[in-house]
Design a protein around this ligand. Structure first.
Ligand SMILES: *[C@@H]1O[C@H](CO)[C@@H](O)[C@H](O)[C@H]1NC(C)=O
Ligand SMILES: *[C@@H]1O[C@H](CO)[C@@H](O)[C@H](O)[C@H]1NC(C)=O
Ligand SMILES: *[C@@H]1O[C@H](CO)[C@@H](O)[C@H](O)[C@H]1NC(C)=O
Ligand SMILES: *[C@@H]1O[C@H](CO)[C@@H](O)[C@H](O)[C@H]1NC(C)=O
Ligand SMILES: *[C@@H]1O[C@H](CO)[C@@H](O)[C@H](O)[C@H]1NC(C)=O
Ligand SMILES: *[C@@H]1O[C@H](CO)[C@@H](O)[C@H](O)[C@H]1NC(C)=O
Length: 640
């Protein structure tokens, strides 16, 4: 009786422990646990590994298991064997998406020696310490498997941590604890109810904000400057972390491996190469990141596959009658995508590969595994702020300007047209209200594309931005205005240029005063690229020494929400003034500091501050004079 009872307990415990070792590695869930093409079935994987091991046990040439000890305490036949031939932590470590008591940590544990064995998992341990020097006992430790199936990536959620606390962490080889990874630094957020003036131990909180990091067009010095020369607490990336294209980077020592991305192998190889840049590695090692998607850019530079609805595309795989392919411009890509891709891959397959590799390589949380491809999510950072990350690129987005479909200008004002998709738009409105109701001082919104209206010579500069979805933008401005939601700051990427703006209703000259900023509803800080060259400039920046050409245009005067600063581009050298900005926040002010890189043609940490801006709490506008009236690069609208 007792014996069989024990036996039952033993079996149950074993079964639980077994897949748990796989399941604790979130890379296997990448990104959607219930979708066969978008996650690894860990039960099946374990069964496969066991079967392979048993086969080796029973072959006539008896398998030599020196390198494959059984792992946990089950009896031999049901115990996975693990690799013990040594591990190389090839891509250092990273962390991301901190909450108040948990954070994600990441590494890659590549088996040493000849080609990796596809039938044996690798076992990785981690230890988290509350001291930077890893003195004393670890506050959290665990183990998990990784394998060939997820490119040997390892992604743990470390739970049970203290809020608003700095941690160090290290990974090691379970079978040889002397083999360790570099030591990473990370932190948790203050819990939602922490009083605003005690957040971050009472010091201002600094976000470093990046977008558009293209390997072949420059060295990622911006990450290095932020990691080494600012006190950034959290790194926020607003998209285009990798590029699909290959380009020609050889001249600056940045030749890209592989081809234009199509398969899972291609994507993994690209992430692996990007993560050799020492500045990027330093930035991941130093602080947690909060990312939103890359998008997809064809190397022919013509077809921007910023396609309307990623989620609908994926959904379309699950329904028999694929309406997505039937009638819209987007169907061009799903029905005939094979024909358009330089690599010959169908667009849909490519998208699946991209999403899977993203979740393997980036320490990003799956907010809701039942919502296909949702990455929009919110971080409550004490009562100081909410950091609300949107997906304005992929999630249920109506058709965008794909360069050959010249209909967008005529669609941009259609009321039903949505950039965010109904679910995300409602969630965003509710999140803003909830943030205000819970008494958070600031609402910082991270998203991919430029929000403000930008007219170049009377024409919208980029209908792929919010200018192509004007009613969606209007609904957000109306929502902020009607509900008296204060202290909202929108952060944007994508455009490869800096644009700093008061946000008012476009062309509103009655309630908004562009000189004082009175009547402004919110503020936008849009940041330039880490390396990607600026497509803007012709007509607006041909003469950056002249601060008069820009405000002289009467049309632009007629558009009060035109940016107040168009900073940072100098015609030559081409790679000058790529960069990033920081946002430093306390209860009274949010200060944006724009950093310009001296030269991204070589790895270096040369940079200067091109402009600084202040937003005073309660004012919803840029403090005047904007940027103190002086910028070191760029053009101020009403500036000196
Ligand atoms: C470990 O990986 C790094 C980065 O890919 C590589 O430079 C190094 O040669 C590898 N070490 C061994 C022993 O394979
Ligand atoms: C930036 O950090 C690097 C590395 O710590 C250091 O060598 C350099 O002097 C710093 N630059 C500035 C301007 O502080
Ligand atoms: C589909 O895309 C191709 C370019 O790749 C373009 O020539 C064609 O007009 C597009 N068709 C539609 C219906 O938009
Ligand atoms: C603002 O005015 C410009 C120039 O007259 C016009 O092109 C644009 O459509 C207007 N914007 C909105 C949102 O109405
Ligand atoms: C640039 O602007 C400055 C100041 O207005 C002017 O003196 C100069 O001639 C301009 N240069 C060009 C190339 O237009
Ligand atoms: C913002 O900048 C102002 C002006 O330089 C400074 O007085 C204030 O302390 C700064 N606040 C923060 C949070 O950095």
């Amino acid at each position: 009786m007792t014996v069989s009872w024990l036996f039952v307990v033993f079996c149950v415990a074993t079964a639980t422990a077994a897949t748990a070792l796989y399941d604790r590695n979130l890379a296997y869930w990448s990104p959607y646990a219930d979708h066969p093409q978008l996650a690894v079935n860990t039960k099946a994987l374990e069964a496969h590994h066991l079967k392979e091991f048993q086969r080796r046990q029973t072959t006539e040439n008896k398998f030599d298991d020196n390198h494959y000890p059984t792992f946990y305490g089950a009896h031999f036949g049901t115990s996975p064997t693990v690799w013990s031939g040594g591990i190389n932590f090839t891509h250092s470590v990273a962390s991301g998406d901190p909450f108040d008591t948990s954070v994600l940590i990441w590494t890659r544990a590549f088996p040493l020696g000849a080609g990796p064995d596809q039938s044996v998992p690798v076992c990785v341990s981690y230890d988290v310490f509350s001291s930077p020097g890893m003195q004393g006992k670890p506050v959290q430790s665990d183990q998990a498997f990784t394998s060939w199936d997820v490119d040997f990536t390892v992604k743990f959620e470390v739970k049970g941590l203290k809020p608003d606390t700095q941690y160090s962490y290290v990974f090691s080889d379970c079978t040889n604890p002397a083999t360790t990874s570099p030591v990473g630094k990370t932190r948790t957020l203050p819990s939602p109810n922490t009083p605003a003036n005690t957040v971050n131990g009472g010091k201002p909180l600094t976000l470093a904000v990046f977008s558009c990091s293209q390997f072949q067009t420059g060295w990622f010095n911006a990450y290095g400057v932020a990691a080494h020369n600012t006190s950034a607490d959290i790194f926020v990336h607003l998209g285009d972390y990798i590029y699909e294209s290959v380009g020609n980077g050889a001249a600056i020592g940045r030749a890209v491996l592989g081809r234009e991305l199509a398969t899972i192998h291609d994507y993994r190889q690209r992430y692996a190469q990007y993560r050799t840049d020492s500045s990027l590695l330093a930035a991941h090692l130093n602080a947690p990141w909060i990312n939103v998607w890359v998008y997809y850019y064809q190397s022919n530079q013509v077809l921007k596959l910023k396609i309307a609805s990623n989620s609908r595309m994926i959904t379309s795989l699950q329904v028999a009658d694929n309406t997505w392919k039937a009638g819209s411009t987007n169907s061009n890509d799903s029905s005939a995508g094979c024909a358009f891709s330089a690599s010959g891959a169908c667009f849909t397959d490519r998208k699946l590969a991209a999403v899977r590799a993203y979740h393997e390589w980036i320490p990003v949380r799956q907010v809701e595994t039942t919502d296909l491809l949702r990455i929009w999510r919110n971080f409550q950072i004490g009562k100081l702020l909410d950091l609300t990350m949107l997906d304005t690129r992929q999630y249920d987005r109506d058709v965008t300007d794909v360069d050959y479909n010249h209909v967008i200008a005529s669609l941009a004002d259609i009321p039903d047209r949505s950039l965010m998709g109904a679910a995300q738009e409602k969630w965003f409105s509710d999140t803003l209200i909830e943030s205000q109701n819970r008494g958070a001082i600031w609402r910082i919104v991270g998203q991919q594309i430029v929000f403000t209206q930008i007219l170049l010579n009377g024409v919208f500069a980029d209908l792929d931005d919010w200018d192509g979805y004007r009613m969606n933008r209007q609904r957000i401005l109306d929502h902020l205005h009607a509900n008296k939601i204060r202290n909202t700051i929108i952060l944007s990427g994508d455009s490869h240029a800096n644009w700093v703006s008061d946000l008012a209703h476009p062309n509103d000259t009655t309630t908004y005063d562009p000189v004082t900023g009175k009547g402004s509803i919110a503020v936008e800080f849009a940041g330039t690229a880490v390396t990607s060259p600026s497509p803007f400039g012709a007509g607006m920046f041909t003469n950056t020494t002249s601060h008069t050409t820009y405000p002289k245009s009467p049309r632009r005067h007629a558009s009060p929400d035109q940016p107040d600063l168009c900073a940072d581009r100098r015609p030559e050298p081409r790679h000058s003034f790529r960069g990033f900005f920081t946002l430093t926040i306390d209860t009274k002010q949010a200060n944006a500091t724009y950093y310009a890189m001296s030269n991204v043609g070589t790895p270096n940490l040369g940079s200067f501050v091109s402009a600084t801006f202040t937003v005073n709490a309660g004012e919803d506008r840029l403090a005047r004079p904007v940027a103190g009236g002086v910028v070191a690069a760029g053009v101020l609208k009403n500036g000196s």
